[in-house]
Design a protein around this ligand. Structure first.
Ligand code: FES
Length: 158
């Protein structure tokens, strides 16, 4: 597979900047797009490069039933968002919030050191989407006066 023509400045040999898994996710991103009515939406950006990722989730019970992402960013950001959404689908909210940027980077076979910062946006966007979901749930039960409903995520009374 081509590495895009990058050459190592020291050796003069072709430099492999992205692993095959990164290139595969970048060329064939999974779960790209949006929902009409998501249960939670979160965004995160990198102020240094101006890139951003938006993640939307559908939640059934305490599990992520479906997930989508939109990314404005480099190939790494898109590959990480694609890989992360694959890993998060079907997980409980507690499990999903524990997914780390390093875990996703490892799942992609590692990232060039200068691209590690690109792996943080999607994880931040996922966590923000889960937080948004919980806040929406709490907002949906409190005004109705349905005290005593149990939050499926915190197992506390609303
Ligand atoms: Fe901005 Fe990769 S360079 S996310």
């Amino acid at each position: 597979m081509s590495n895009g023509g990058f050459v190592c400045a020291e050796s003069g040999l072709p430099e492999k900047r992205y692993g095959d898994a990164v290139l595969e996710h970048f060329m064939n991103p999974r779960n790209a797009g949006e929902f009409d009515s998501p249960d939670g939406v979160g965004e995160a950006g990198d102020p240094d490069c101006g890139d951003a990722v938006r993640i939307a989730v559908r939640v059934e019970g305490d599990r992520i039933a479906d997930i989508r992402f939109l990314a404005y960013g480099c190939p790494t950001a898109i590959a990480v968002a694609s890989c992360l959404t694959e890993r998060a689908r079907g997980k409980t909210l507690d499990e999903a919030v524990e997914i780390s940027d390093m875990e996703v980077a490892e799942a992609l076979g590692g990232l060039p050191e200068q691209k590690l910062h690109c792996s943080t946006m999607a994880v931040g966007a996922l966590r923000a989407s889960l937080q948004d979901h919980v806040l929406r749930f709490l907002a949906s039960v409190r005004p109705e006066g349905r005290k005593g409903d149990r939050c499926p995520h915190t197992d506390t009374n609303a």
